[in-house]
Design a protein around this ligand. Structure first.
Ligand code: NAP
Ligand code: MG
Length: 402
């Protein structure tokens, strides 16, 4: 079978532990036999980040910026234990954080829906994409511990003026907090959300509490509305999709009632909480994808939302075969290939990526799955190892007339 030619490269970011083991197998079994593609490799395994003083992470992010498409394996974010385990020079920051800052991207998390795998909420049969505005708010807040009676104020000053608000006159001990956001960051977030939704042809809902925060949250609402009306309304109407602002409490209720199929633009804290809720609600970390996208929608980095699956790696190190779920990592590849095909107008590549996703879902539906999913289906459900599952998937691709 002749390979499909992919003219432009994809940045391939390697990672750690079990995720790394699976990464190599996916490329060997499902990608390289079928595509004539140039992969620009960056090895972000923790020891290589240490050798390069984390420069390799910055290089990888810049390569994505230049080539538009990257696909990333899960990596260790070192804590004190990892610093000891690998004898690291320092506690390096999360590679995802570094890459996100360099690309100025928004993270979109989306579950893969498989009917056979039960969900906590039965009628969630379409996926909900959670977009998190990962800037400012409580994550860059300053806090004060109030010990005694006194006045807490919020001050803004420049060369010409001072604006001051009394927050509270304390009679007894308590706590205080101040935080901020930036118009430009909210604009980038809005653009990223609308661009992502247009690609997927799904509606967008922004949630805030603007009835209470009539300046702060109202600014989010105003900026989204302005950008929508100026740049996206026509395109949305053409595709029969809508944009609405909703109060966060109303949105949470709708989320439970509705069956999915929309993008939820969340403020920073809401997005933090909701992405974990969605991951659990839809069933499994092994079925959750994550895409980092720039505001203009032209550059993406795709990955599985789960980590390096250390517990399975320990078994692997002891020579045991594992049943680690490769589906989210495979979808990181298919989504990266899809965006590559979309930018390059490569129809055959688009078909390949869509077919591989279909094959994954059909295979799970037909009862071949890894242990994590089998446990959710029930005690009678049989499971296969990662290697067995990848072989089944490969044999199905071979049967396609590419
Ligand atoms: P994790 O790797 O996601 O694993 C947590 C548990 O979830 C596993 O022990 C396993 O449960 C289950 N699981 C996750 N993915 C699975 C899969 N594909 N197939 C089957 N089971 C799966 O999270 P963690 O243990 O908290 O973190 C491990 C390392 O990953 C840490 O060093 C962390 O820094 C890193 N991490 C990286 C990223 C990233 O690069 N994006 C994200 C999160 C965490 P059982 O043990 O019960 O089988
Ligand atoms: Mg969280």
């Amino acid at each position: 079978m002749p390979k499909i030619l992919v003219k432009k490269p994809i940045v391939d970011i390697n990672g750690d532990e079990m995720a790394r083991v699976i990464w190599a197998k996916i490329k060997k079994e499902l990608i390289l036999p079928f595509l004539d593609i140039s992969l620009l490799d960056f090895d972000l395994k923790i020891t290589n980040r240490d050798i390069t003083n984390d420069d390799v992470t910055i290089q990888a992010a810049n390569a994505i910026k230049k080539n538009n498409i990257g696909v990333k394996c899960a990596t260790i974010t070192p804590d004190d234990n990892r610093v000891n385990e690998y004898n690291l020079k320092k506690k390096y920051p999360s590679p995802n954080g570094t890459i996100r800052k360099i690309l100025n991207g928004t993270i979109f998390r989306e579950p893969i829906i498989v009917n056979r795998i039960p969900r906590i909420v039965d009628h969630w049969n379409k996926s909900v994409v959670i977009a998190r505005h990962a800037f400012g708010d409580i994550y860059q807040a300053k806090e004060i511990d109030v010990k005694k009676k006194g006045k807490l104020t919020l001050n803004y000053e420049n060369a010409k003026e001072t604006v001051s608000e009394v927050i509270h006159e304390f009679d007894s001990p308590g706590v205080g907090l101040a935080y901020f956001n930036l118009d430009n960051s909210i604009k980038d977030f809005a653009n990223a959300c609308f661009n992502f939704a247009i690609n997927k042809k799904i509606p967008v809902y922004l949630s805030t509490k603007n009835t209470i925060l009539q300046k702060y949250d109202e600014r989010f609402k105003e900026i989204f509305e302005e950008i929508y009306n100026k740049k996206f309304k026509k395109e949305f109407q053409k595709n029969n999709i809508e944009y609405q602002h909703r109060l966060i409490d109303d949105m949470v209720a709708c989320f439970m009632k509705w069956s999915g199929g929309f993008l939820w633009a969340c403020k920073n804290y809401d997005g933090d909480v909701m992405s974990d809720l969605v991951a659990q609600g839809y069933g499994s970390l092994g079925l959750m994808t994550s895409i980092l996208q720039t505001p203009d929608g032209m550059t993406v980095e795709t990955e599985a939302a789960h980590g390096t699956v250390t517990s399975h790696f320990r078994q692997h190190e002891n020579g045991k075969e594992t049943s680690t779920n490769p589906i989210a990592s495979i979808f990181a590849w298919t989504r990266a290939l899809w965006y590559r095909s979309n930018l390059d107008k490569n129809y055959r590549l688009k078909q390949f990526s869509e077919n591989l996703e279909k094959i994954c879902i059909e295979t799970l539906e037909s009862g071949f799955m890894t242990k994590d999913l089998a446990l959710m289906v029930g005690p009678k459900q049989k499971w296969v190892t990662t290697d067995q599952l990848l072989k089944i998937l490969q044999s199905k691709i071979l049967k396609l007339n590419l």
